[in-house]
Structures are given as C-alpha cells and as structure tokens.
Write a protein that binds this ligand. Structure first.
Ligand code: SAM
Length: 216
C-alpha cells in the first residue's frame, strides 16, 4: 500500500465525522482511512480536504462531504465481486472509495473537463478498476450492465428509468431525489422484478442535468 501525508487528519475525519455518526461497515471505514482525499481536490481547497463539508472542484461542481460519501457507500452494501455504476464522477473520489472495496466501477460524468480531472486523479493513485465515461449518466451505461449497485451523486427529480432497467436482480440504487435545492436520500432494492424504496434523510446535491434529470 502507498503511504500519503495527512494520515492523522484522515484518521480523525473517520473517527469524528463518520464512525461517530453511525457508519460501521469496516470496509467503508478502511477505504475512507486509506484514500488520500486531499489529492482529489484542486488547490486552494485541498487544504480543507478533511473538513466536515463539500468543497469546490471547478466548473461549478463539488466533491461531497466525507460523511455523505461514506453513508452512500455503506447504503450500497458493497461486496468484493460487485460491479458498480456511479453517475457524477466529479473528482473521482467516490469512485475510488468504491473501487477499493468492489471489483469494477464505471463512473459517468457529463462535463469533459471534470471527467478528465477524475481520470487524472485515479491514474495518479494507480487505480485500475474504474472506467470513466463522458456522457449523460441519466441514460446509464448498458455496455457494462447489469449493476449490483448504482449510486447517483447529483440531485435528481426522479430515479431515471434506464438506471432501474440496468440494476441486477438483488441490486441496490442510492440517490438524492427531490427538488433542485433539497432532496431525500433514497435506496431502491430490486428483487424478483419488484422495486422496494427506503428513505434515509435530507441531503443537498448539485443538480443532475440530462434527459431524465433537470434541464440545463
Ligand atoms: N462523486 C463526485 C466526487 O466524488 O467528487 C462528486 C459528484 S458532484 C456532487 C456531481 C457531479 O455530477 C458533477 O461533476 C456534475 O457535472 C455531474 N453530473 C450532473 N449531471 C450529470 C449527468 N447527467 N451525467 C453525468 N454526470 C452528471
């Protein structure tokens, strides 16, 4: 394993912001402890990488608050052999956290400059099980489907129907669904063709722009 500076800040972030708020999955805690979040955030905001908040990454986009990344990762129930789809690559940080735990991650980003930031960050950390795709993630990515988990890291008025079609049986989907400003974190579970929904509290995300999301 590589060694990065700021380990102590990361340990405190995990203890005080994540474990203390009820995230228990040891694989999620360990991925958050190992992944150098500061290397995903362009300066000058990298200095605040371990603060309890989202931060700007350029092009009007953000990297989510560490606790929300951990919560969404835990809600997916990630397992070693899983094939996961993320919508909204952003900095690539959420994809790397997932990639530390599962077999394969496909992440879609609509802004090419942002997708290239994610690619650079993942290459710099020798992460070779994430595929970054440029496009409208509301359409999913049928080529790599079906997915054991789908995570949408932007606010959507509804769960895009193509994403439900691309879930494996037994698969889970986590998404912030609601208005452009405030949303509810929902989890869908697909079982025998039926989809069950659970709610997990209020969140705030930048909008998902696309055919089955918001208008630009
Ligand atoms: N997961 C990211 C990370 O770890 O840094 C943070 C994601 S950021 C909150 C939301 C991202 O979703 C933005 O980069 C935005 O450009 C992207 N986005 C918005 N609509 C999209 C769409 N239809 N398809 C793909 N990406 C989209």
């Amino acid at each position: 394993m590589f060694s990065f500076p700021r380990d102590e800040e990361r340990r405190r972030m995990v203890d005080l912001q994540i474990a203390a708020r009820g995230i228990h999955d040891p694989r999620v805690l360990s991925a958050m402890r190992e992944t150098p979040r500061h290397l995903f955030i362009p300066p000058p905001y990298d200095r605040a990488a371990y603060d309890d908040c989202p931060l700007p990454i350029g092009n009007g986009q953000t990297i989510s608050q560490p606790y929300i990344v951990a919560l969404m990762t835990e809600l997916i129930h990630p397992k070693l052999g899983d094939n996961i789809l993320e919508i909204g690559a952003g900095s690539g940080y959420q994809a790397m956290i997932l990639a530390t735990i599962v077999k394969k991650v496909t992440t879609i980003e609509r802004i090419s400059e942002v997708a290239n930031l994610a690619r650079r960050n993942l290459v710099a950390l020798h992460c070779n099980n994430v595929e970054v795709v440029i496009g409208d993630g509301t359409l999913g990515y049928p080529k790599n489907a079906p997915y054991d988990g789908i995570i949408i890291t932007a606010a959507t008025p509804q769960v895009p129907p193509p994403l439900i079609d691309q879930m494996a049986d037994g698969g889970r989907l986590v998404a912030p669904v609601g208005g452009r400003e405030i949303q509810e974190l929902i989890v869908l579970e697909k079982r025998g063709g039926k989809v069950i929904q659970n709610l997990h509290g209020g969140v705030r995300f930048v909008p998902l722009i696309g055919e089955h999301g918001w208008e630009n």
